[in-house]
Write a protein that binds this ligand. Sequence first.
Ligand SMILES: *Cc1c(COP(=O)(O)O)cnc(C)c1O
Length: 388
Amino acid sequence: MHHSEIINQLAEERAQYFNAVSPPIVQTSNFVFDDFASLRAAFEDEMSAYLYTRGMNPTVNMLRQKLAALDEAEDCLVLNSGASAIFCAVVPQLRAGDHVVSVHKPYTWAWKLFDNILPRFDISTTYVDGTDIKNFEAALRPNTKLIYLESPNSLTFELQDLEAVAKLAKTRGIITVIDNSYCTPLYQKPHRFGIDLCLQSATKYISGHSDTVAGVLTGSRAMIKKIFDHEAQNTGAFVSPFNAWLLLRGLRTLPIRLRHISESTVRVVDFLKNHPKIEKVFFPFDPDFPQYALAQKQMTGACGLVTISLKATRYEDFELFVKNLKYFLLAVSWGGHESLVMPKCAGIAPQNFDPYNPEHRLVRLYIGLEEVEELIEDLNQALNPLDV
Ligand SMILES: *Cc1c(COP(=O)(O)O)cnc(C)c1O
């Protein structure tokens, strides 16, 4: 099914709500039953019924069907954050004594789960440089039950070879999980490569308007149902009907927003690569990117994140650069309408800033929906005064 059909047609049941074009927000906590038999059936399989909104709700269900189809997955859960999607993907696969192999520097709330929570249950994690499949192979142990991927990551965009990792995992009966937030299902379909569970922060591109926090988790019906019945219910992790409705609304324009952002970002990258105050530009669809060939193989597009390394060596220069920017707002996250800037050193106290540490000089930009000429002009006037 083409994404246009999924986004605009699939799971729309307009005859059930006065032929309204826009679906209703079914803002209810519980649902009424006509008889014992139908209530009992709902208790037995809550995922296939409307019993109580912590479990299933019609507005959420419409979104769930669309997001499953976009990922080419059998089923999907829509959760109240990307962080809960990470939790609900990882925890069900593990028991005391197990071992996890994760790509190094995964998203904050993934490594905090691996480092702070799982060790309390005697589960350990080994981090590997995911750019070489041999590192995964070397890290596997007899008790390895899960491989955790994030491809590309959202700062320097290292990729993992999804097909190779999935193949390796299958030979050992290991579950694979990927954080696909950067690509969204429009630019990468991890299940095609054999990855078991695919998650994304819907806060980013699915919402697209910086007004909702949510997460998506897709996989086989059996795996998703098990997660629905246990970890997701137990943590009450499902998205609310109102936020699901905002995400349905965001989803309508996902393809056009991504196309605009991708086109703008390529032009911004061209500009940045030729700017004298910039040392290096990180962008996975740049032919100079070390894993360009792999990016071309497994991704069909690159989005609005681009990271630069400034030649500047003084903390004040980074502050000045950000202060000079008019369109790029200093804020975490990305995927919304507004362009953003996030210097690595903004999270480091000035006395701990080390100009010889290349990481400290990284500045992540997010290209939003503004006119690209305006964004380039903004970057230019903010970069030029820097003393390097
Ligand atoms: C934002 C983000 C998450 C977490 O999603 P939330 O919706 O903020 O909980 C996970 N992974 C990546 C790569 C992200 O950027």
